[in-house]
Design a protein around this ligand. Structure first.
Ligand SMILES: Nc1ncnc2c1ncn2[C@@H]1O[C@H](COP(=O)(O)OP(=O)(O)OP(=O)(O)O)[C@@H](O)[C@H]1O
Length: 921
């Protein structure tokens, strides 16, 4: 009642009809009293709960209708649920609502029947016809089946003591409940009848059990299938969190929050407004109205309704504020609500979720990106420990390989470097059996630097050391210490060594150590690199910091041992310097043997290894691995059962010269120039004692810019370590053979010989400035700019000496040119024969040259004649087994080797010249 007093509009807007009805009742309503609107609302709500349409709907009967509550509009089911203001209230625990309703039914006496008629007539006043009809039905039923005790008592109380608001409300409730119950019973009966009818039909139509199974089997969703598909989904915590967050955002965007529900204007009007339940209205953003109800009124009557919860509200959308205001005014006028009691309406502006999201989105994205990047930067740390710095930036990025599972490499897999292996095996025995050394007082070496050209197997050797010694292996590249933040490098070094100490005995391998281990600059010219130097200092400190009992071996790989800081190389740090050179002929055979293990081939393995090793001087282990793999790919492309010799040769050609460029068509003149150029080289190689005899020449352009391509057998056996002056002169003359041939056979010359001149000049310069082969300059070594920083700025010789060097270089090159010109003039006819044959066939082999020129006068050194034939007694020689080198195919070439360097052998590949017309010599 307190709530009623506080809200006079509740009473003021009570149903006029009800008050009228109560006043009209002469017998029952002696003291007419207003009935609180919530009670009236309750009573009216029964009608909607049973039949949302307000009309008895026969078509909705049977299965289609919910058997207890009728069907509600989609999304509005909650309004008709048991706990909503529109339901009959919660049933007692364990009881059905009708148990209470029908408790203590007894037959009616005639007086009671009359009193009941009066009451029901009173109640029916002001009701819609449909509901009055239900009330009548209920009355008939009560008369037939008896009156429930509660109703009887209430009717009696009304008769004895008169009508009061509470009794009126109770009567309303009981009569409408009875009406509803009657309707529901009818529906249930109908539904039962329909159900039994359909079961009968089903039993007559249902298929045999087998057929059912069959049907199930046919279905695509077998339980196992479903499980297997479910199993495949990977549940990753971060994925789940992100998906959950996104789903929540979407949900919040699409769905309103739980403490609100959308209704229509009609529902607002009929369910809340007309019943005086509305406390206030808030118009949000001019397009939505929030309806706040009198919570106490709702809670006292429907404790379980969501509308009774604090903060809950209904809302509906409006087209325009003006229209809404007009409608509300009209509704209030209709209900004759005085202006002082009208429902307050306020106006709010609020940002939507979407707006908030867009407002904060970029900031969140930015923060997220920074977080992600810093996470990435700190990722890949090999084990924990150590100071991580900001976002773990300072953590070591070394990958830790488990010796039992990850490292399968053994010394047997590393071929062609026996000395290096022997040296490093000592580390293995130290790691396996340290006591043996320590008891004799020997200090254990701390580490070794493996230096050598790229791909010679430094990393492989380090891995094999770890594999053999059975200890964990930390692998990191020098460049991974370098980061744009100051202090990260030293911090990562500390972290790496801290991890290693936790895992002793172990091996740390720092690849490309020159990235951090370069000699620290003395004069600071060009700006120092403090970060790199402090990283290096940290490595020096850490390596000093080991005590000899700590079994941590540090191996480092580099291609530039010459630039490393001296402090790094001193005993007590990297004690051992192991130099790994490109493999020799024997080494290449062994490396081929290692990699051929995985290849299917029916060739004679000894012959195969020897021949392809001869064809690959200067190749590193990585090149060899690549050739073997490439050969297998070539064979597979041709659908062969096994890899044959021809495939290996093609692979070598491809590795050296690139793919044949059949699309590049040379004009006949260009082709002729290339052919005579190549023929010039070939004739020189064939007739000069110390030059390299031709193995194969082709004038098919190749991918790497070569218009012609020749392969020569290195005269020194490919592994030549020393060259004498005669050899150099012959080779230089041969290198100039291409240009001289052009001079002799054409009116003019081309730009294609520039690469030849480069080689010749470098050799001649080295002869003068390094190898003491010029009487005028004498026995002096002048470093070039690649060897000394000083030489980059200032020439290490006087101007006069420079002139002498120039003249001496020119003299040597001129001598080589003269030597070549004499030979080619003498052999002009042979050059023509070879060139014409080359033009006709595009590819010539050693056998063709023997056929055209006769066997070579000079005996080939090394094992080449064993694999390629063609020595001075070639006619008598038994031809080696296996196919000829690349008959009818593009030529191969020896790998480029540095001329002017240590014992550079034959010229190898001839590329497009500067003028773009180029071809090879
Ligand atoms: N001596 C060898 N025996 C067998 N295989 C080898 C040998 N040397 C190199 N290889 C092959 O070449 C690959 C590359 O070798 P690796 O990575 O050890 O070269 P690297 O000297 O460390 O090169 P880089 O200096 O460029 O780091 C190896 O995986 C292996 O397949």
């Amino acid at each position: 009642m307190a709530s009623l007093l506080r809200r006079p509009q509740n009473i003021a807007s009570s149903s006029r009809q009800l008050i009228e009805a109560a006043a009209l009742s002469r017998t029952l309503a002696r003291r007419p009293a207003s009935i609180p609107r919530p009670l009236y609302a309750y009573a009216r709500s029964r009608q909607y709960a049973t039949r949302p349409g307000g009309e008895p709907n026969e078509a909705n009967s049977g299965k289609k209708l919910d058997q207890s509550t009728g069907s509600a509009a989609k999304g509005m089911e909650h309004l008709y649920s048991q706990s909503s203001p529109m339901s009959s209230g919660p049933p007692g625990p364990g009881k059905k609502p009708e148990d209470d309703l029908l408790a203590g039914r007894t037959k009616l006496t005639p007086q009671e029947e009359k009193a009941l008629d009066d009451v029901f007539n009173l109640v029916k006043k002001g009701m819609p016809a449909s509901m009055a009809e239900d009330i009548d039905k209920a009355l008939v039923r009560i008369k037939k089946e008896g009156m429930p005790k509660e109703l009887r008592d209430t009717v009696k109380e009304c008769a004895d003591e008169g009508m009061s608001p509470a009794r009126a409300a109770k009567l309303w409730r009981l009569t409408t409940q009875m009406a509803r119950h009657t309707v529901e019973s009818e529906m249930k009966d109908k539904a039962k009848a329909a159900e039994s009818e359909s079961t009968k039909q089903q039993t007559s139509e249902s298929p045999a059990p087998d057929a059912k199974d069959g049907g199930k089997k046919k279905g695509s969703s077998k339980p196992e299938d479903m499980f297997s598909s479910v199993k495949e989904i990977k549940f990753d915590l971060s994925n789940i969190l992100v998906s959950a967050f996104v789903a929540y955002l979407l949900y919040r965007l699409v769905m309103p929050t739980d403490n609100s529900r959308e209704i229509t204007w009609q529902e607002f009007r009929n369910t809340f407004f007309d019943k005086g339940l509305v406390e206030k209205l808030i118009v949000v953003n001019g397009n939505r109205v929030r309806v706040y109800l009198h919570r106490e009124s709702v809670a006292s009557m429907y404790p379980e309704s969501p509308a009774a919860q604090a903060g809950f509200y209904y809302y509906f959308s409006i087209g325009s504020v003006e229209a809404f205001e007009r409608r509300v005014d009209a509704a209030q006028n209709e209900l004759e609500i005085p202006s002082s009691e009208r429902i307050p309406v306020s106006y709010h502006e609020e940002g939507s979720w979407l707006n908030t999201f867009f407002a904060f989105g970029p900031t969140l994205l930015f923060i997220g990106a920074i977080f992600y990047l810093s996470k990435r930067a700190s990722g890949g740390a090999g084990g924990g420990g150590g100071a991580g710095g900001i976002f773990g930036m300072g953590k070591s990025r070394a990958k830790k390989f488990n010796h039992e599972t990850d490292i399968k490499v053994k010394f047997a897999d590393v071929a062609g470097m026996d000395e290096a292996k022997a040296e490093i095996m000592e580390f293995v025995s130290f790691l396996k059996n340290p006591g043996m050394y320590q008891k004799l007082g020997a200090k254990i070496p701390r580490g070794a630097i493996l230096s050598g050209p790229p791909g010679t197997g430094k990393t492989l050797l380090a891995k094999a050391t770890a594999g053999e010694s059975g200890v964990p292996f930390f692998s990191v590249s020098g460049s991974e210490f370098v980061e744009m933040f100051v202090g990260v490098g030293p911090s990562r070094v500390r972290d790496l060594f801290a991890n290693a100490r936790k895992n002793t005995p172990c091996i740390i391998f720092i690849d490309e150590i020159d990235a951090i281990g370069k000699a620290r600059s003395k004069n600071g010219f060009g700006g120092g690199n403090d970060e790199r130097e402090s990283t290096l200092n940290q490595i020096l400190t850490e390596m000093d910091g080991f005590n000899t009992a700590e079994q941590v071996v540090v191996l480092a790989g580099t291609n530039r041992a010459d630039v490393l800081d001296k402090a790094l190389m001193r005993p007590g740090r990297f004690d051992r310097h192991i130099n790994i050179d490109p493999p020799t002929m024997e080494g290449r055979k062994h490396i081929f043997a290692v990699h051929l293990k995985n290849i299917v081939t029916h060739e004679d393995l000894d012959y195969l290894k020897g021949r392809i090793a001869s064809l690959t001087p200067g190749f590193s282990g990585a090149d060899i691995a690549n050739v073997v793999n490439e050969a297998a790919l070539v064979a597979a492309r041709e659908h062969c059962e096994s890899v044959k010799m021809i495939h290996f040769e093609r692979a070598i050609e491809r590795v050296i010269g690139g793919l044949e460029k059949k699309s590049l068509v040379l004009t006949p003149e260009e082709k002729k120039t290339v052919a005579y150029h190549e023929a010039g080289h070939a004739i020189c190689g064939w007739y000069f004692k110390y030059a390299d005899p031709l193995l194969k020449v082709s004038i098919i352009p190749r991918g790497s810019g070569a218009l012609g391509y020749a392969q020569y057998l290195p005269g020194g056996g490919g592994d030549m370590v020393l060259m004498n002056e005669l050899q150099m002169m012959d080779r230089m003359a041969m290198t100039l053979g291409g240009r001289v041939s052009e001079e002799l056979h054409f009116e003019t010359v081309t730009s294609g010989a520039s690469d030849d001149f480069n080689k010749v000049t470098r050799t001649a310069t080295a002869m003068v400035t390094k190898w003491g082969m010029s009487a005028k300059i004498g026995y002096i070594y002048y470093p070039d700019s690649s060897e000394s920083q000083d030489a980059q700025l200032q020439k290490p010789f006087s101007e006069a000496t420079a002139q002498s060097i120039d003249s001496e270089v020119k003299r040597i090159v001129d001598e080589a040119h003269l030597q070549c010109k004499q030979l080619l003039t003498e052999k002009k006819k042979e050059v023509g024969i070879v060139a014409e044959e080359l033009l006709a066939k595009e590819v010539l082999t050693r056998d063709d040259l023997i056929r055209l020129l006769g066997p070579r006068q000079w005996e080939d050194r090394g094992e080449f004649s064993k694999y390629f034939g063609g020595g001075p007694n070639a006619g008598d020689e038994k031809k080696p087994a296996g196919p000829d080198v690349g008959v009818g195919e593009g030529g191969g070439g020896l790998p480029p080797t540095p001329l002017g360097g240590e014992g550079a052998p034959a010229p190898t590949m001839y590329r497009r010249g500067d003028g773009g017309i180029g071809f090879r010599a």
